[in-house]
Design a binder for this molecule. Structure first.
Ligand SMILES: [Fe+2]
Length: 157
């Protein structure tokens, strides 16, 4: 059952970004341009143009549509590394989203210093060293999560 929750959470976590892009396509192009030229997070860029970010918009949509609380929290918290609500669902979404944003889209959505503080508190690294350390940590976390999922699927209770 958790696999289904994860799939839905993974599909809907950025629903706020889709809604904003659909309703305000020209304004959103300015947001993306601002984010890329200023090298700020997409959240910071969205707040500058809309006074809200896609996380807040997504959670409001989930509330309006009467979606389950875990989806509302996932939409609101999927960039918040310290979120512990529905951790077994939201944490994998945060990790997958971080990887995709950083390594595929080359977007700054995660502060590596914050990641280091959250996940590797004994390390005092900066720059590429911090990035590499965090990537290795997240990759190992992702691998162990996938392994756990495969074990659940192959031997259901
Ligand atoms: Fe997002």
């Amino acid at each position: 059952m958790i696999v289904l929750y994860l799939q839905v959470a993974g599909l809907l976590h950025d629903i706020g970004a889709l809604a904003v892009q659909f309703c305000f396509p020209e304004e959103y192009k300015k947001v993306v341009n601002f984010q890329k030229t200023r090298k700020v997070s997409i959240i910071e860029a969205e707040r500058r143009y809309f006074s809200l970010d896609h996380c807040e918009i997504g959670s409001r949509l989930c509330l309006e549509w009467g979606l389950p609380a875990y989806l509302l929290d996932c939409a609101r918290e999927h960039h918040n590394l310290s979120c512990r609500n529905y951790a077994n669902i939201i944490e994998p979404v945060i990790i997958a989203n971080s990887f995709l944003n950083a390594e595929v889209d080359h977007q700054v959505t995660i502060d590596y210093k914050q990641l280091i503080h959250s996940y590797c508190p004994n390390k005092n690294l900066e720059g590429n060293e911090a990035r590499l350390e965090v990537q290795m940590f997240l990759y190992s976390k992702w691998n162990s999560f996938q392994q756990g999922m495969q074990e659940q699927v192959s031997s259901p209770a």
